[in-house]
Design a protein around this ligand. Structure first.
Ligand SMILES: Nc1ncnc2c1ncn2[C@@H]1O[C@H](COP(=O)(O)OP(=O)(O)OP(=O)(O)O)[C@@H](O)[C@H]1O
Length: 432
């Protein structure tokens, strides 16, 4: 049995957020990380992946629970980790060598030993000859190599990486992934475990031994999948696409939340993906054109998109009852096919029926408008309500999307200039 390096025990994290009060970001997360494991953490945007990584690093303290490193609870920063950030986080006024050496700043080492280690790390990450260069003279890929070098120079037991490739173009990212994986697989670095946050399912399956998938609001571990394929992995191989499909289907499965959570006084307003009706319509048409059972992974590939780019739209198609997902394949439902084949007017009717069935908040908006004698209501009124549930920025976004859906379904209208929602009806002329 491999030794446990990191143990997360019942980690929760809450933040006090303006207008929202004390919000739970992470809930009861328990994970054990063993020597020799390269782990990916996946989850929807804003779910709390970075927060979890920072808790492992000891940069953020959990509200409940504890982090153990080598069996001991950490207090303050975790001495066993080195961290790589998405934004590189280099000091522009320091050279490559100085930036890398910075990783050793707090180590009780002699200057010549620090220098030897820094040069060796620079060599390892393929920046030999660039020791004296400044960040601005380097490409994005080279800058991230410096970021990785600064973490590796500490010879950490655990390398934590927060979306390390997502700020790079595709080719540069592929290159860097291969180089890093080579250091890891061929044991050229003494690192015993790598934990990587990523938004790319393909990256996770390409690199890691285990993929941990988080939910959102709050983040819980919804799946912990082992990927026991030998390296180097071939993205076109059947098994590879099977794993991608499996993870994809877990991530697109809508979480069924209990309507009334005990102890939760206020009824929650459901949060919807920000996908306008036009985009949803186009997507349903596309799936219909492509015939039955479309493999989303192949579809993304065909359009040179990340699979994850489809997540919100696929989720919306499911919410409206237009599509079902199984093992990474999307199928239109009967109503989905009807919607795709309908005329513009029929489409609006179908959309309206689905909205009334699955987006009850829009019905509530209509009811409020109906209850007013002039059938109109300031946008601000709804923003106020939404802010209590989602916070200021998200409240605006959520209202925008509901307005888009409500207008498409012709359930109400919206005056952009006056910022007023109103009912359009011959009997109730509304805007003076
Ligand atoms: N210091 C903080 N104070 C208040 N809220 C915070 C803080 N840090 C993070 N949050 C909130 O916690 C939630 C999770 O953020 P986090 O960055 O961990 O998510 P993520 O999954 O890494 O997101 P992304 O995929 O977009 O990078 C967000 O709603 C964020 O606004």
């Amino acid at each position: 049995m491999e030794k446990t390096l990191i143990e997360l025990r019942h980690i929760s994290k809450r933040y006090d957020l303006p207008n929202q009060g004390n919000v739970r970001i992470l809930e009861d997360i328990s994970i054990s990380i063993k020597e020799g494991e390269l782990i990916s953490i996946l989850g929807p945007s804003g779910s709390g992946k970075s927060t979890l990584l920072r808790i492992i690093a000891g940069l953020v303290s959990p509200s409940e629970g504890s982090v153990l490193y080598n069996g001991k609870q950490i207090v303050g920063t975790n001495p066993g980790v080195g961290m790589v950030f998405q934004s590189f986080a280099l000091f522009p006024w320091l050279t490559v060598l100085e930036n890398v050496k910075l990783g050793l700043d707090n180590r009780p080492l002699r200057e010549d030993e620090k220098m030897r280690r820094a040069l060796s790390a620079i060599d390892m990450i393929g920046l030999d000859g660039f020791e004296g260069a400044y960040p601005k003279e380097l490409s994005g890929g080279m800058r991230q190599r410096v970021g990785i070098g600064r973490a590796l120079v500490m010879e950490p037991d655990i390398l934590l990486m927060d979306e390390p490739f997502s700020a790079l173009d595709v080719l540069t990212a592929e290159n860097l992934k291969r180089d890093l994986l080579e250091l890891w697989i061929e044991k050229k670095i003494p690192t015993k475990s790598i934990i990587m946050v990523t938004h790319s399912i393909e990256e996770a399956v390409y690199m890691s031994d285990r993929a941990i998938i988080l939910s959102r609001d709050p983040a819980r571990v919804i799946s912990d999948i082992s990927i026991p394929m030998p390296h180097w992995r071939d993205k076109t191989e059947f098994q590879f696409t099977e794993f991608v499909d499996q993870i994809y289907s877990i991530m697109t499965k809508r979480e069924v939340k209990p309507v009334n959570v005990p102890g939760e006084a206020k009824k929650k307003i459901e949060k919807f993906p920000e996908v306008p009706a036009g985009a949803l319509t186009g997507f349903i048409e596309l799936i219909d054109d492509l015939g039955n059972t479309v493999d989303l992974y192949k579809l993304a590939d065909q359009f040179n998109l990340y699979l994850e780019d489809f997540l919100p739209i696929v989720e919306t198609a499911q919410i409206f009852g237009f599509a079902t997902i199984r093992q990474g394949d999307i199928d239109l439902t009967d109503i989905g096919h009807q919607f795709a084949d309908a005329s513009v007017l029929e489409r609006k009717e179908i959309f309206k029926a689905q909205v009334q069935k699955y987006v009850p908040i829009i019905e509530k908006i209509v009811r409020i408008l109906r209850s007013k004698s002039n059938n109109k209501m300031e946008r601000e009124f709804f923003v106020e309500i939404f802010e209590k549930h989602f916070g200021t920025i998200e409240a605006d976004h959520q209202l925008d999307i509901l307005i888009d859906w409500g207008r498409y379904a012709e359930l109400f209208a919206y005056d952009e200039e006056a910022k007023v929602l109103y009912l359009e009806s011959e009997t109730a002329p509304v805007l003076e």
